[in-house]
Structure formats: C-alpha cells, structure tokens
Design a protein around this ligand. Structure first.
Ligand code: 3ON
Ligand code: FE
Length: 493
C-alpha cells in the first residue's frame, strides 16, 4: 500500500469479494477507544476531530437493504491530539432506528428500494419517509448535524455523539422540511465564515430555499440570509457549489414517476429516470450579500450527463467556472439487482469536468479534467468559492474504466499532474478530507485523512497522508468494521 500504482493496468486490481465484504452491520459502539499507528506516526500538529457518516446497519431480521444508501446513519469520530487519537462511534438514534431496533425488523420503506417485509401489498401507499441521517455530518455551533437530504437534520453532542434529536435549527425549518446533506463552508467571502446550504421542495415545479448561517464564534448557527426561488420541473439536487456571489446548482435532466413507489413496487429514488440525450440546466442563484443580490436566477444549459457532486466553483470576470463529477446516466440499482454483485464495467464511471459558464453570452463550454474514475472530490477549505490549484479525490486504481475507489489522488488543476496513494489491491477508500496545517500559507500544506476498508483484515483503517506529496505519514488499524461510507468533515481543535 504505497504511492506507486501500476500505471494504466489493464485489468481490475481487486477481488470483488474484498469489496463486498464491507457490507455488514456495525456491531459495536465504542467510546474513546485509543488508537495506535501500525506504520509511521500521527503528526503531533494534527489537532481536531474527523467526523464520518455512512450506513452502519444494512440488515435486520435476515432482510438486507436493497441499496447501501438505505442503511441507518452511523457516525464515527476520530479525535486527534498530540500524536494520539481516540475513536468514538454511535448510530444516530432516529425515530426509525429506535423503532426498528425494538421490533427487530424493518418497519419503514427505504428511498433506494428497501421494502418492508411482506411484498408489494405491505408497502403500497405507505409513503412515510424514514429519515436515516446517513449522508453527512457537520459541526454548526455547539452541535453536530447528521444530515439526510429529504428531511430535517438530527442534532448530536459533538463529543459523546449522543443523539439530542431532530432539530429545526431554532425555528428556521418547518417540521420535516428537507435540508440538504451538502452544506458548503464559505471561508469568509462576506466577512466571517458561513455555512451555506439549501433545501428542495420537489414537484412539477420545484422550490430551492437557500440559507446562510454564521459558522463560527458565539453567533454560530444564526441565520444570516434566506431566500427561495422556484423553477419549472422536478428538481433532484444532491449537491451544489458556491462562489462569493452565486449559489450554483445543476438540475439534471431527470423525470420522476412516483406510481411504482406509491404502489409499493419501487423505492422513491428508483422512480427517477434520466431523460435520454437531454441536457440538464445550471441554476445560478444570486447570494443575498453578493454583487447580484435581488436579481433573478440565471439559467444556462448544462452538458449531457448526470451529476451528484461538485468539486468547487469560482468567478472569472463575467464567467462562473464549475467543476463537477459527471456520469453518463443516473446510476440506479433496479428492483432485481443485488448491489453486492454490481458489474462495475456495466455502470457509468464518474469523471471530473470543468464547465465555463459565460454569463454575458449565456454559453457553456465543457472540458474534461481527468480521465480517471473519481468521486468525493474537494479543494482546500480556504479555496472554496475561489480558483484553486489542487483538488483531492477518491479514484479507481486503473487509470481508465470503472472500478471501485481504491486510491486517493491529488490533481493539479492547472498542469494536470497527479500524485496517488493507493490502497489496492485489498483496500477500498472512502472520501478523503484535506486538513490544512495550522498557519499554512501554501494551498497544499496539510494532510489528507481517509478511512478505507481493508479487505485483508475485514475492518477499517485510517491513513494520514502529506497533502502536498501524498506520502503516507501514518496508517492506523481501527478496532471497527465500517461499511463503505458517504461524507464527513474536519473540525479543528
Ligand atoms: O422527491 C424526493 C426528493 C428527494 C430529495 C424524491 C426522493 C425521495 C428520492 C428524494 C431523496 C433523496 C435522497 C434521500 C438521497 C440520498 C442520497 C445519498 C444517501 C447518497 C448519494 C450518494 C451519491 C454518490 C454519487 C455516491 C457515490 C459513491 C461511490 C461511487 C462509492 O462507491
Ligand atoms: Fe453526496
């Protein structure tokens, strides 16, 4: 597990059973379990907490979820100080998790196709959403928010990870209101740092509510800006990007036919279908404290393809530049497929593309930034909303073709150079988090933290890399087996 990767290796560098062995239930909740590096040393300057969220429960009473995204949210916190680290993990005590723990079986349907036992009849017309709090975890003021985009956040104690309960953020949200799982942290384009986020009310016409909260100090959590805009069409917006003056959304060309969901035959997300050959749209909403405040949103045509995640966006004169990960199609898992047996060669890969949106002419120009399968990309926190030189992301081991994510890559967005740390053949990475060194001035001065599934141990490992060189600083074997996860964040101490 070192830096070198077999360049352009033709065949997959992994064993599918290693990849699939990550799908199981997290069986323990640990409290401040001390961690020891098995290789290298944890940098003494690394001081703060890495929070991760993802599905931690994938089976109940012998029934398996239909898709891992239906698994109940489980938070892992790795607290670093003085070269040591402690691990705490907890399931989010959602209403659904508590009821199902008690019942020993699924009582709710999952959005991605997990049925309640008992066939279509038992599922038909049960349109309750089970808020599984499994997608992202961020700190806002004195609480940790476990996020799931179709409903409200859950508040947790940042230290113990104890669930305080659903939160409406001091009355900002209505009960059950959708609140995105992809807040963006504005490093201070309007003074102090802010958390900018959104909620979507989807329908034949969809409404996007854009919210900005103070992110630091005693004001943290205070709502600073709040605006709503509606657009024609059913909106599926998982993520967005910000610049100092714009909130940037990519509305995929997608239709939603809820009938099979209502009739109990499919999960809601399985009723989303890409419109073949159609293009999506960029929706640019002016930020309330920006130069275009009060103006109408701008709508521009997006390239073909389906986007979940963006890397970053920035302004360049009269243009807005948006880097995003494009798929040829919406990668759904149909009712008859088993996610543990997906054929990676048959599903589209995610590829990083740059779109330059010329706001004067209204034209959009797209360029591919990398040919390598990727997901979970980020820039240095201080560059959010600005042009950045570097990005860090999870990538496949092979330089071409779709495969599971096995390596972490630093990409030079100007020169195209790459540096790779690989966990192949038996490791499977999750989202990397770039942590700046305290007082850093260079964009890539700091570390990259990543949890990965180690197929050889059937458990999870942590790797600490030097963000500039992608050289391994420390490797820590965790006393926990965490299924392939979703998003996380870093909170400096
Ligand atoms: O009207 C509703 C709108 C809405 C927001 C329809 C709906 C019920 C389907 C819905 C809910 C959407 C939800 C709950 C989405 C949750 C998404 C999620 C948990 C994760 C998405 C992850 C995306 C990607 C691209 C992950 C990739 C991972 C890899 C490549 C690693 O192997
Ligand atoms: Fe996401």
């Amino acid at each position: 597990m070192t830096v070198a990767s077999p360049a352009g290796a033709a065949s997959p560098a992994y064993d599918r059973s290693d990849w699939a062995s990550s799908f199981g239930n997290v069986s323990e909740e640990l409290t401040e379990a001390p961690l020891v590096a098995s290789r290298g040393t944890i940098p003494a300057e690394l001081c703060g907490t890495l929070y991760r969220n993802g599905p931690g429960r994938l089976e109940r009473g012998g029934h398996w979820v239909h898709h891992p995204f239906d698994g109940d949210g489980m938070i892992t916190a790795l607290r670093f100080s003085a070269g040591g680290a402690l691990l705490t993990n907890r399931f989010v005590r959602t209403e659904g998790w508590l009821a199902e723990e008690k019942a020993g079986t699924y009582l709710y349907r999952g959005v991605f196709g997990t049925p309640k036992p008992g066939g279509a009849l038992a599922n038909a017309f049960d349109l309750r959403l089970k808020n599984i709090a499994n997608t992202h975890v961020v700190r806002l003021g004195d609480q940790l928010l476990a996020l799931w985009e179709a409903s409200s956040p859950h508040a947790l104690d940042p230290l113990s990870l104890e669930t305080r309960g659903l939160t409406l953020l001091d009355g900002v949200l209505k009960s059950g209101e959708a609140f995105s799982a992809h807040p963006r942290f504005d490093p201070g384009h309007h003074g102090a740092p802010r958390m900018v986020t959104f909620g979507v009310k989807a329908g034949p016409r969809s409404t996007v509510r854009l919210m900005e909260f103070a992110a630091e100090g005693s004001e943290a959590g205070t709502l600073l800006a709040d605006s709503s805009h509606s657009f024609p069409g059913f909106a599926f917006l998982h993520d967005f990007a910000i610049t100092p003056n714009w909130a940037v959304f990519l509305q995929n060309a997608i239709d939603f036919n809820p009938l099979p969901y209502v009739l109990g035959r499919k999960g809601a997300a399985q009723c989303l279908k890409s419109r073949a050959g159609a293009r999506g749209q960029f929706w640019l909403i002016p930020r309330q404290d920006g130069a275009f405040a009060g103006q109408e949103p701008r709508v521009l045509e997006a390239p073909e393809g389906f986007v979940f995640h963006h890397l970053n966006a920035w302004e360049d004169g009269d243009a807005v530049v948006v880097d995003s990960i494009y798929y040829a199609d919406f990668p759904s898992i149909g009712p008859d497929q088993d996610y543990r047996e997906v054929d990676f060669d048959r599903i589209p890969e995610g590829l990083l593309e740059r779109c330059r949106l010329d706001l004067v002419s209204g034209t959009v120009t797209a360029t591919r930034l990398s040919e390598r399968t990727c997901e979970f990309a980020m820039v240095a926190p201080a560059r959010v909303g600005l042009e950045s030189r570097y990005a860090w992301m999870a990538v496949a081991e092979r330089e071409r073709g779709n495969d599971p994510l096995q390596a972490l890559m630093k990409l030079d967005l100007q020169g195209g150079e790459t540096r790779v740390w690989s966990a192949a053949p038996r490791g499977f990475v999750s989202e990397p988090i770039m942590v700046p060194r305290p007082g850093a001035t260079a964009e890539d001065d700091g570390w990259v933290l990543g949890l990965f599934w180690n197929g050889a141990r059937s458990a999870s490992d942590l790797v600490v890399l030097d963000a500039a060189t992608m050289e391994e600083q420390a490797l820590v074997e965790l006393p926990l087996a965490i299924p392939h996860g979703l998003h996380g964040s870093w909170v400096a101490a």
